[in-house]
Design a protein around this ligand. Structure first.
Ligand code: FE
Length: 213
């Protein structure tokens, strides 16, 4: 069953965290990691339409954006063999794997030469969380580590990430190119309809939208 209430609880908790922690990135990442871990530890809430891979390239579906654009939540869906370019974020970010396995390669820019240096590769299994930010390391490439099925991770960023101007990097030279990612869908899930999604008895006895206005 689709338990969208779990996502609503996450959004509410993350909003409280941002209101309390404000610009304290260390606190946002430490406490936000626990919230994201709880969310991706239960694969029962993400509506199917935001979990669909595309044969062409990985998908990034906006799940929620804070009205003040202090944070956004995105589902990333990789088909077999798909990968991101090497890219940065310019704001803090968290990656939590919910389905499958992902490969994360980290890079550092050499200040003297402007070239990229590989700084380690690791696999992130279900429930694993990765953190990025300009403070702790912001350049990486993420791939689906599975050759035969999709992988899905839930990402949280310290901005409306689809509208942020960021950079991709060429592997050898470190050559930078600006990009704005946007999102793969013009719609986001509705976590607020308690009548239909939280109360099965009432939902099944009433056609959707039949209540009084
Ligand atoms: Fe990233």
């Amino acid at each position: 069953m689709e338990n969208i209430g779990r996502f609503r609880t996450f959004v509410r908790s993350f909003t409280s965290l941002i209101e309390q922690a404000r610009d304290d990135e260390e606190r946002v990442l430490a406490e936000g990691k626990k919230l994201l871990s709880e969310l991706v530890g239960h694969d029962d809430w993400l509506p199917d339409e935001f979990a669909q891979p595309s044969p062409e390239r990985y998908r990034q579906y906006l799940l929620y954006c804070d009205p003040m654009e202090r944070f956004s939540v995105v589902s990333f869906v990789w088909g077999p063999g798909q990968t991101t370019p090497i890219h940065d974020h310019t704001v803090w970010g968290m990656v939590g794997v919910m389905r499958g396995v992902e490969q994360c390669e980290e890079f550092r820019l050499e200040p003297a030469t402007g070239r990229l240096r590989a700084a380690g590769t690791h696999r992130l299994a279900r429930g694993g969380i990765d953190l990025v930010s300009p403070r702790i390391g912001d350049i990486h490439r993420v791939s689906n580590a599975l050759a035969d099925s999709p992988s899905i991770s839930i990402h949280v960023y310290g901005a409306n990430i689809g509208s942020v101007t960021r950079s991709t990097y060429e592997p050898g030279t470190g050559h930078r190119k600006s990009f704005v990612s946007g999102y793969s869908s013009a719609v986001a899930p509705d976590p607020w309809d308690r009548l239909v999604k939280d109360c099965e008895v009432r939902a099944s006895s009433l056609p959707r939208g039949s209540g009084a206005a």
